[in-house]
Design a protein around this ligand. Sequence first.
Ligand SMILES: Nc1ncnc2c1ncn2[C@@H]1O[C@H](COP(=O)(O)OP(=O)(O)OP(=O)(O)O)[C@@H](O)[C@H]1O
Length: 595
Amino acid sequence: MSILSLFKKILPFIKPYKWLLIATLCLTLIGSVMAQVNAYILRYTVDELTVITQNPDPMQQGARLLLIISIILIAKELIYAAIQFGQKFYGEKLRIFISRDFAQLVVDKILSYRMAFYTASNNESGKLQTRIDMGISSLTRLVRNFFIDILPLFANALLALIAMFNANVWVGLVSLSIIPIYFYVSNLQAKRLSGFRRSLRNYRETKSNAIISIINSITVIKSFTREPLEADKHEKIQFDMTENQMKTRHTSFMFDSIKSMLEQVGVVVVIILTAFFVLNGTMSIGAIMFHIMLFGNVTSPIRQLHRIYDEINDALIYSESFFEIMEADDEKETSGSYIPSELKGNIELKNVDFTYPNGTKALHNVSMTIPANTITALVGLSGAGKSTVVNLLDKFYQPQSGKILLDNVDLMEYDTNWLRNNIGLVLQRNHIFHGSIKENILYGKPNATDDEVFLAAKKAHIHDQVMELPKGYDSEANLLSGGQQQRISIARMFLKNPPIIFLDEPTASLDAIATQEIKNSLDAIKKDRTVIIISHSISQIIDAENVVVMDKGRVMEQGTHEQLYAQNGKYHEIFSAMASSLNLDKISDTLNDQQ
Ligand SMILES: Nc1ncnc2c1ncn2[C@@H]1O[C@H](COP(=O)(O)OP(=O)(O)OP(=O)(O)O)[C@@H](O)[C@H]1O
């Protein structure tokens, strides 16, 4: 990305604060004019003192002159301080407001993106977070530096240059000539550094991703005592990163020395040139101080040029990936506009092929019928593609070919939000948000009354346990056990009360008693709804009126439990394996002994 296109991208964010911007710019201009005052006063003082020293009573006249000059300088400094305060404050205000807008917009944007965006490998949570954080901070730093540092400095430099040309064309030309040389060197420095910076960005993203991964996997790491392995992995990233940082510094410092030397050469030339003009009588002695001070004003932004380049380069590199996130319009969730007056719940998949963004082909020519108001069980070994079917039905992903119909209308034509509002999804491990139990259940229907929440919790068989907690429904939901959390998420679904329900191994993390209790509740909610259940539990499969058997992304068989069992095919094989894993003989012996 070029600097120009970066500014074009930032401009719409600055626009709402144009008055703040104008105020900052006005103060900058006034500040720049005032910054030149010292040079003029110093020249006047030196020249006046030179004349006074030749008079008979230099002390008295000199004291009067110094008093007037001190008053002028103090008054100027007071005004200058107020202007600088205003300029910095408004500039900072601009930065804070823009930073807030960036941060809010990026959240709004990513929330509107489809599931594939989140599952892409370069969008792992740690990487995404670093990219967003670094993007916002480098962009806002650029805005702040531009308005607080760069702009005033360059305005100073320009005015100082005009003043120098005004005093003497040759001195002006010397000052002017140093600028392109500095720009050339700084540009060279920036080019050398950009490669390092890009890899530094990658290291930063990988590093924070690695830390998040350690935190998420800490139980496994500890139980396998793999702390040293994880530490080594992290150390490798650190060492690579350090090497990169050292190379960056080496290049930076080398160029800084060259630039500092160039500046000193400039100072010497200005002194020699002015001294020449003083000696040939065209200039007063005060001009030497005058020119050195003005030359300082010209070179001070140039001295900072590498920092400005650094900031701009940082902004270019980090904003590149930041704007990739902000402008990933092709990642936007698609939605049709169709909202039916009535939802029956007949689902049909016709020759559906689906490949995940990472290239895993999960469904091959899948066709199945899920009649309305029935319970359909998706049966198959791990990786058969059962959850993928549910992902497609929830419009989390789109099939590459084939059609998915709901009540004979293509799913793509449906309004996505409306569709999801009519679908309840219970997963094996449901997400519990930070917050109270009540807040977590209310997620299913934010405006529900307390009684509705309690009723949903009762149906999910969690109410009594919640009431036993010291803070009841205000207890932190994250502290509940896995099975209890599962029931909170089932209560959330009861509260949502959708006509279509997808249950993806809903009782897999529950104990036997809880499973039994939940099963009763789920049986109740299954009535008169279209339900798809993915389960490895015999009891839940047997209850289904319709069974679809999948294997390696293909539908193998479809029918009732009895029909499929009689076919002696894949279903027979899976069902028999499930039954024998239960050790039914021993169970029935135990139960018989009891009677
Ligand atoms: N987000 C994803 N990105 C890439 N590949 C995926 C993703 N989710 C699943 N897969 C792959 O798609 C295939 C089908 O997975 P799916 O989760 O649908 O199987 P499943 O039948 O539900 O398995 P299980 O019973 O173990 O949950 C597998 O090969 C899996 O590795």
